[in-house]
Design a protein around this ligand. Structure first.
Ligand code: HEM
Length: 486
């Protein structure tokens, strides 16, 4: 009796605690953004360009200056990832893949994926045809479903973008609207939503994962739902690997999976990959599926939204496109050097949207003295990419779409600007940057060539994003009207 009573009291206390912390959650989530927007610049004036702050139980060192970020992210001991609950969850509580690992696992996997993506055409024209095909199918789909009426730019964009990376990894593509890919895209959305908005709480209060009963974690933080989404993506990867094992031709590797299978000939007793190797391959597949789809598709969504808000920029980009590319064919990479205004517009979309506003958080893997500051091992390191990309004293019109930011006085493209780091910088710089740049150019120009983008009648669109998101600045849901140009 006594035992049961004290259990009840314990549970009640626990619930009160959870209720209290959850009530304060919005404060923590917005505080991070507010500190970066307001407190960091103020502290920077008072104390310099390195600011230490505390969120929950975690100590963060915040770098708010471009040169310093560049230097910090080259430092070999500042390349770790913190042991955040969300990062561990993404690795299924092991160590797998690239984005959330560090040390030897990270460098081996990163080298493998980069080598594969390069040999499959990343940054080269061989990939161009496959991206153009997806772009052409996408504009065809948009024409059939979204013309002359307010429409949401939905999962079709994600499917087209996923097809590019998934053909490189698994020789697989999906038709727009296919129920399987639509389900996976939903899983990705749910997963990002939980990680950004709820798991952050456990990242900054790690003790909660040890003291809270599982049912509370599932009820309030949706841990189980996040695990289920990840499980679906893992199952999909496992099916792909099994299909590949059954049809593997050592003389003719088709994609990243085949190359991995050939590099890891040791198998378990069932003929499948050894557990460690399978984990690494799942990890790489899932994070590239996630990272490669949501980032590029959301940047394209930002472009569509911003061009409807800045019709003059849109008209100028389309004039530039029409002068260079005949309407009878799709734009291609060879046109790029003559489409400097279009290229500059895309760079300014990346700058203004600042999709990953604080990059991905790094951690110190050893005690480091950096620029005279002591940074103890385990400290979280956060860089203010968005602050740099909207720095008032550097950019002429920091809060507006203004392609001229990336053009010199002769109209020539100057893409290597200081204070511009949408793909981060240094040793952990985005692994898919070249691919993302190719995709953005080819998808964006195909859309611009075919459609004029307008705000629905009587609607004033705003470049709004959810203030509770801690990782990605995703545009709020919006509708635009597409008018056919050709
Ligand atoms: C507009 C599109 C994209 C943007 C803005 C973007 C941005 C970023 C940023 C800011 C990071 C964090 C780097 C750091 O920790 O310092 C990152 C990492 C990463 N990105 Fe991207 N990314 C994009 C597209 C892609 C694509 C298409 C892929 C897949 C091929 C990809 C795969 C990755 C991976 C695997 C990492 C982890 C790298 C590491 O930890 O070493 N990204 N990305």
């Amino acid at each position: 009796m006594i035992g049961a009573g004290s259990d009840t009291v314990h549970s009640m206390r626990m619930l009160k605690w959870v209720a209290y912390l959850l009530a304060r959650y919005p404060e923590y989530a917005t505080r991070m953004q507010q500190q970066i927007d307001a407190v960091v610049p103020r502290d920077r004036m008072l104390y310099g360009n390195v600011v230490t702050t505390k969120w929950g139980a975690r100590t963060f060192v915040v770098f708010a200056d471009y040169d310093l970020i560049k230097k910090a992210f080259q430092h070999p001991d500042l390349q770790g990832r913190p042991d955040f609950f969300s990062f561990k969850l993404m690795q299924k509580f092991g160590r797998r893949g690239v984005g959330f690992t560090d040390g030897a696992v990270w460098s081996e996997n990163r080298r493998f994926v980069l080598r594969q993506l390069r040999s499959l055409g990343m940054g080269k024209t061989v990939l161009e045809e496959s991206i153009q095909k997806e772009a052409s199918l996408l504009v065809g789909h948009l024409e059939r479903t979204c013309l002359d009426k307010p429409a949401v730019m939905d999962c079709a964009i994600n499917t087209s973008v996923v097809n590019v990376i998934w053909q490189m990894f698994a020789s697989t593509r999906y038709e727009v609207g296919d129920s399987e890919i639509t389900k996976y895209c939903e899983d990705v959305n749910v997963l990002f939503d939980i990680i950004q908005k709820r798991l952050f709480f456990l990242d900054i209060f790690p003790v909660l994962t040890n003291v809270l009963p599982k049912f509370i974690l599932n009820m309030f933080v949706d841990v189980k739902l996040a695990e289920r989404c990840l499980e679906n993506l893992t199952k999909m990867s496992e099916d792909k690997i099994r299909e590949h094992l059954a049809s593997l031709d050592p003389g003719n590797p088709r994609d990243v999976i085949d190359h991995y299978l050939l590099e890891k000939p040791d198998r378990d007793p069932t003929g499948y990959l050894k557990e460690y190797d399978a984990d690494q391959l799942y990890g790489m597949m899932i994070e590239n599926f996630l990272g490669g789809s949501e980032t590029t598709s959301s940047t394209l969504r930002w472009m569509i939204l911003l061009l409807s808000i800045y019709p003059d920029v849109q008209a100028k980009a389309q004039r530039c496109l029409d002068e260079v590319v005949p309407l009878t064919r799709l734009p291609c990479l060879a046109d790029k050097s003559r489409l400097e205004y279009v290229d500059a517009m895309l760079l300014d979309v990346l700058r203004l949207s600042s999709l990953v506003p604080t990059s991905l958080i790094h951690s110190a893997t050893a005690d480091v003295v950096f620029e005279g500051y002591n940074i103890p091992k385990g400290t979280c390191l956060l860089v203010c990419s968005e602050l740099c990309q909207k720095k008032k004293s550097f950019w002429q019109k920091p809060d507006h779409l203004y392609p001229e930011h990336f053009l010199d006085e002769n109209g020539k493209l100057d893409g290597k600007k200081e204070n511009f780091l949408p793909f981060s910088i240094g040793r952990r710089q985005c692994l898919g940057e070249s691919l993302a740049r190719m995709e953005l150019f080819l998808f964006a120009t195909a859309i611009l060539q075919r459609f004029k983008i307008e705000a629905p009648e009587g609607v004033t669109l705003q470049p709004k994003t959810d203030p509770f998101s801690t990782i990605l600045n995703l545009p709020d849901k919006f509708e635009v009207v597409l008018r056919k140009r050709i």
